[in-house]
Design a protein around this ligand. Structure first.
Ligand SMILES: [Zn+2]
Length: 260
């Protein structure tokens, strides 16, 4: 017997319509042949499971594996910013792992600029431009890292536990997305890590690195840092000033960032 055609409707809350295409529709009617798990139905619309925190069918919570029936109408709630954790309605029915706050990441190969900025802000972030999706997933699993990516296919993998589909095309806006989603606004530690390799920076006595400092810098500056991993030398120069202004602009207006 052929599977019957059924129609289900999905009502998307908050920013979820942005993920479904240029029309950004809030309500979708989806035809299915037979039945399908709600996870697959959402992902066919362009919404990976990492972006959904609550599913309500007739006001009752359901899981990603729930199979929909003809005429079902599902309300789809996004993941709230970590700062709202503890204040969600129906906390026991939430689908994303808690805590929502997280500070270890792996970025996909297209997010190098985001990775460097997260490192600059002090967050442990792996990134390689030659990693495959399988390698990214493995790095996330072995290191308890959230996957940051623009790839829906990557986030549809069931083995990805934590992640975020990055919305913006611009590194500074992407950084704001990550700081809010993962509750990091108050935990920023500028220049704590090497943006080249993710190693931690440590202060180093000037005399130990004297030979590596350009003479004009050596004449006026006494504070230096080296990467504990790749040994790159850092100091507080004009590029750092520009970066501080950029960090201030990223944090400006984010809830919890006040007074920086
Ligand atoms: Zn380094």
């Amino acid at each position: 017997m052929e599977a019957a055609l059924i129609a289900v409707s999905l009502h998307l809350l908050d920013d979820l319509p942005e993920l479904t295409g240029p029309a950004r529709l809030r309500d979708h009617v989806v035809g299915l042949s037979g039945t399908a798990a709600v996870k697959d139905t959402l992902e066919a619309l362009g919404i990976p499971h990492t972006e959904v925190d609550l599913l309500l069918l007739g006001g009752q919570p359901i899981g990603f594996g729930h199979h929909l029936a003809d005429g079902d109408r599902v309300e789809v709630h996004p993941v709230p910013p970590a700062a709202q954790e503890g204040r969600e309605e129906m906390p026991e029915a939430r689908l994303q792992p808690r805590p929502l706050a997280w500070d270890r990441f792996v970025c996909d190969r297209h997010l190098g600029r985001l990775a460097r900025m997260l490192r600059t802000l002090g967050f442990d972030t792996l990134y390689r431009n030659d990693w495959t999706e399988a390698q990214i997933v493995a790095a996330a699993r072995h290191g308890d890292r959230a996957v940051l990516t623009g790839s829906r296919a990557l986030l549809k993998r069931r083995t990805v536990e934590r992640g975020r589909l990055i919305r913006s095309d611009f590194a500074d806006e992407q950084t704001r997305e990550v700081l809010q989603r993962f509750g990091l606004v108050r935990r920023v530690r500028p220049f704590a890590r090497c943006n080249l390799c993710n190693g931690e920076l440590r202060p180093v006595p000037k005399q130990e690195v004297e030979a590596r400092i350009p003479p004009r810098t050596r004449a006026w500056l006494d504070e230096y840092f080296v990467c504990s991993s790749c040994d790159h030398l850092y100091w507080d120069g004009t590029h750092v000033e520009r970066m501080r202004a950029r960090i201030d602009a990223i944090l400006a207006g984010l809830p919890g960032a006040g007074g920086r």
